[in-house]
Design a protein around this ligand. Structure first.
Ligand SMILES: [Zn+2]
Length: 406
């Protein structure tokens, strides 16, 4: 985006979350990466992981809980723990409501091949729609239900099953600086972290109050988004940490591994160059919308983030990175209309909300004429709206032999 200051190495702009630049014009995330590659004692970290795992092995109904979306990171995490350590995990999946067909096929293949027990939870869709609208209005981020559900639900399961060890995948220091590799500490995926940036500063209780004027929610409807009581987790002597704090995370390499070992397949994501990063964010068909909002609010999207990652890893030439951003970023996704129908907004109302939550000094430009191509499964994504709510004729059911049709 012209007019914004960018990191000289990864090209991320000043509107990126948590970014700061040093006197050389290099950002703190790039500096964190240097530290990660050069200074962290990864052999020592691996020994810490070995010890953590041996401390829990065989002591409970499961050795650990693995929160699992089926995206590249959680799939690699699960594969790594089962194949390297021969663990017996309980796989816990929070279904945000937008899982795509290819992801589901990947999941079936992965979970069958690895031979694991799985718990899947899907929250009330009527509540989810209302939460999306409120989070969009307040923060310009409709994914509150997903952020909070993904990080709190597995903790409830840990308590219910009395399994103290929860192993996540990618540490947040990979992409932001809420946690810094330079602290050389293990990032605890706990309530502090949850309140620091996961829940956008809105607790489930706040949220219930915010929607109460027009939505009658049972207090229990918000339970899946509430972090469980810390004293109960402490009594369980829980540990909730990321595999990527113990082994250096490398998404591209890990994608190659899960492809080979599990037949994991990438997918087309709205607004992305499909051949370039087919493994990124395939788990949600609202991803194109999420990136579109980010682009409007902050002046960059997922293409910039992927280019930044590859630049830091010296896997892409800067000219090619710039060209990809120019060519692909900031296109309008066709999922926009699907989303507007979910939350009951017109595009003008949507634009007005996004304009209010834009991050200075960026100013959104809504006059985008280019549309992102539709991914192959676009027509299969859930739709709703007036058209579908009209009463439909019931299909005739054939009479069972011997009984007359009424
Ligand atoms: Zn940078």
């Amino acid at each position: 985006m012209p007019g914004l200051v960018h990191c000289k190495r990864c090209l991320l702009p000043e509107t990126y979350e948590t970014i700061e630049f040093d006197e050389h014009g290099i950002c703190n995330i790039c500096r964190g990466r240097e530290f990660r590659n050069e200074k962290i004692d990864w052999a020592g970290r691996k020994r810490q992981l070995d010890a953590l795992i041996e401390e829990h092995r065989g002591k409970h109904d499961y050795d650990c809980i693995v929160p699992f979306s089926g995206g590249k990171d959680s799939t690699f995490t699960l594969w790594y723990l089962v194949s390297t350590y021969k663990l017996k995990p309980l796989v816990v999946q929070f279904d945000h409501g937008f899982m795509r067909d290819r992801l589901k096929e990947n999941n079936t293949r992965t979970l069958k091949k690895l031979g694991v027990d799985v718990l899947s939870f899907t929250p009330n869709w009527r509540v989810v729609k209302r939460l999306m609208l409120e989070a969009l209005r307040r923060k310009g981020d409709f994914c509150w239900h997903c952020h909070t559900g993904i990080f709190s639900y597995p903790m409830h399961v840990a308590l219910r099953y009395q399994v103290p060890l929860v192993l996540w995948g990618e540490p947040s220091a990979e992409y932001t600086q809420y946690y810094d590799y330079k602290d050389d500490q293990i990032e605890e995926v706990d309530e502090t972290r949850f309140n620091r940036f996961i829940n956008l500063g809105i607790t489930a209780e706040d949220m219930r109050g915010m929607i109460s004027h027009d939505f009658e929610a049972d207090p229990r409807d918000l339970a899946p988004y509430t972090y469980p009581p810390v004293r109960e987790l402490k009594r369980l002597r829980y540990r909730s940490v990321c595999l990527g704090s113990f082994i250096p995370w490398d998404t591209k390499k890990q994608y190659g591994i899960i492809q080979k070992e599990l037949g994991w397949q990438g997918d087309e994501v709205e607004g992305m160059p499909w051949s370039e990063w087919p493994y990124e964010k395939i788990e949600c068909y609202m991803q194109g919308m999420r990136d579109y909002i980010k682009y409007l609010k902050r002046g960059y999207g997922r293409v910039s983030q992927m280019v930044a990652m590859d630049l830091r890893n010296e896997r892409i030439a800067p000219e090619k990175g710039r060209r990809l951003v120019e060519e692909f970023e900031g296109m309008k996704p066709h999922s926009l209309q699907i989303f507007l129908d979910y939350v009951g907004l017109t595009e003008a109302e949507f634009n007005e909300i996004v304009a209010r939550t834009a991050v200075a000094p960026h100013k959104p430009d809504f006059a985008i004429a280019r549309w992102a191509p539709k991914p192959w499964d676009f027509d299969r994504w859930h739709r709703e709206g007036a058209r579908e709510e009209a009463p439909r004729a019931r299909p005739k059911i054939k009479a069972v032999a011997g009984k007359a049709e009424k």
